[in-house]
Every structure is written in C-alpha cells, then in structure tokens.
Design a protein around this ligand. Sequence first.
Ligand SMILES: [Zn+2]
Length: 448
Amino acid sequence: MFCRCELEYFGEPNTRTCPVCLAHPGALPVANRKAVEWTIKLGLALGCEIADEAVFSRKNYFYPDNPKGYQISQYDKPLCIGGSLLVPGQEGDREIGFVRAHLEEDAAKTVHVGGATGRKIGSAHSPVDFNRGGTPLVEIVTQPDIRSSDEARRFLQLLRETIVELGISDAEMEKGTLRVDANVSVRERGEPGYRKRWELKNVNSFAFVARGIDAAVREQVRVYESGGEVVQETYDFEPETNTLTPHRTKEEADDYRYFPEPDLVPVQSENATIERLRAEVPELPGARIVKLRDELGFATAQTLVMGGLDRLWAATRDAGAEQVAAANVIANQLVGVGVDPARVDAAELAKLVVARDEIPRKTFDEAIAHAGDEGFSADPYLAQKAVAEASELEPIVDRVLAANAAQIEQYRSGKTGLLGFFVGQVMKETNGAADARVVNELLRQKLS
Ligand SMILES: [Zn+2]
C-alpha cells in the first residue's frame, strides 16, 4: 500500500519485503494511487459518498505482525462513507447499508505452528511471514441490517461478485483476499436497539460464516433463557465441532491512540477522477438479478448472475434461442460439464438450443461439452438429425415389443410406468438417434 513490493500469494515467506514495509528507520510511505482509485471505484459501486479529503492515521498497537508498532489506516476521515447494497431474495429485496469503507495496509501473517487447530491457542511457536504486511486492504463495515445467517451468506456472495466484476480483487476466502468478521446479537422480536454482540473472527468460508452465526444465535438465546447476560466477546468458529471458542486478542483494551500519519498528505479526490471511475462501474449483479427475476424466476436469475453467466444468456437469447430453454441449458448443462462461459460463441450455442429436440440427445450433450472449444461450430452436430420418421422407427418399435411380451402384459394390466422401459429399449437399438417424442407416440399407439 505504501511501498513497491510485489504482491504474490503463497510466495516463499519473507521474499517480498522492503525497508518501508519492514519499518526500517527513516523509510517513508508513499500511498499507492491505484489502491486509492480502486477503493473509490468500490465506494461508487456501493453507493458511498466519496470524501473530499480522506486522512491516513496511525493506529498504534504492539504485535509481532506489525513491525512499525502502528498500522496506517483511516480513522475519522475514511475514503468512502455510507452507501448500501441491494440484496434480492426469493421473498423480496433487502437493502444492506454501509457505515464506511476505508483503506489501510494489511498486517503480516502470523502462522501458528504445533497446535491442532492452527490457532494461537495450543501452538508451539508462531513465525511471521511479512509478504502480506503492507499490502492494500479495504475494510467495509455494514450497518446492523442483516437479519439471518442466510441473508448474511447471500449478502457476502453478492458483495464478492460485485468486487470481482469491478476487477479490483479476486476476493477468494481460501486465499485470504477476502476476509469476514461477523458481529452477532439477538433481541426480542420488536425490541428497539441492539444488545451486546459477539464478534466471530477467522472464519474461512461463506458457509462457515453462516454456521458460525447460527451457533452464536443459538448460544446467546441459551444464555438469555437461562437468566444470564451476554457480554461482548470475540470468538473463533470451529467448523469441525460447530462450536465457538474465545479468541485471545491483544492484551490491552482497544486504545489505539489514533493520530494523523505525519508522513502522508491527505487524499483529495478530484471530481474528474471520480467521474472517470464512475463511468467504469458496470451494472451491478444485484440489479441484474432483479431485472432477470421477472422473466426467469429468482432461482434461475440468481444462478445465471452469480455464476457470471447472464451475459452469455442474453447473447444466446438475442441470437434467437428461447429464453427459458437458453437459461436451462447454460445454468445446468454447460456449467455441469465445466465449460468456461467466456469461451462460448453465443450464436453457435443458440443454434444448438433451438435444435435441441431435433438432434439425438447424445449428440446434443457432446456438442455442449465442446461449446467452449476454439472455433466451435454447431453445424456438424445439427447435421445429425434425430430419426423422426415414423416409417423408419416403426419396425424397430415392433421388434422391441415382440421381444418383451411379458412387459407388454404388465403394461396393459396397469404398470404404465413401463413406457419408459420401452422407450429406453428403442433408444438403445438406435444408438440414441431416435426422436424421443416420436418413439413415445408410436409406443402409446401400439400398446393401447
Ligand atoms: Zn515493501
């Protein structure tokens, strides 16, 4: 954030450091322009007000992951203020508000070795990797607007997709490029205000965040119902046991003695820069889900948008495919076989969707599996029309029926589910090339 060290994940420990991020005497910080611009871009996407003047401050604390003895952060004058994110849902939309988003430098990574859980408690020793120290970090603080663990998960998914689409981070929890702390408190229905909260730290997937919230809610309700009081506390969530364990934090209370960083000038955002960045903000995933929901239903709309598939879907529809059929093929089949949607030619895919009932099922599946190949053309697949001529299929149907007299009797005495068995036999005889609708029709006629 304030030096020129290369940013690389999982690099050899302590190979991306310099006098600035290692806090050698006399080293001076210089703010990273790109990081400031990207934070403004994020703020614009989240509807924040961009401060005319943002101030970096020193947050003083002593800890091995912090060689300066302070972290450069933003305190009373953050870069982004307010804003909200629209979270569409099955049962209506929620607007989750933000308090602020500020820019700071990340701490180094402490690795706790020798304990069972990888946490500090029980570990033998804790070496520090300074590669992460000093890298840019945006902290986004929400208003207490989230009402359930499910809503928290959907909010996080949407926020993550928004960040990824802005092109400012890959935002992957497994890599640590997105981290989440969740604050949880319970109250009686209709009660104004909020009670004491617990903070859950070091949770490493959205599913675990949701489970951690559920565990905290359960435990707080239990405390209140047994006549106790919840005290403010920080916990780690242990996914293996579904339990919360107290998180040992720095010894002293939160007295960071903030003061403005004397080695950095305030960030003054120019209007021209803000407007340039505003123009770079794409239509957000939440708004796209709302748009598609009316046409496709919430579940399909969410799958397409969150999977980064809605642009391919729109292009496929525009190229002539029926919209629901296109959505089903893209959201289910294409993704199911691992095709990268960015590599698919929408016009060729549309041809396949349009003709999907006229070519053998097997051929269609093969075509979908290759739809992302370089220079893919639907034409050779479309040439393999399914056999739909009744005159061609009738002898095969007759042959199948003649070979399965016992099943015919069962069918006629009421086991009509056997129709699928006969269809399957005909398909087998034709190597999957028969038009299933025609076969069905023929069998029904002959079995009635
Ligand atoms: Zn450095």
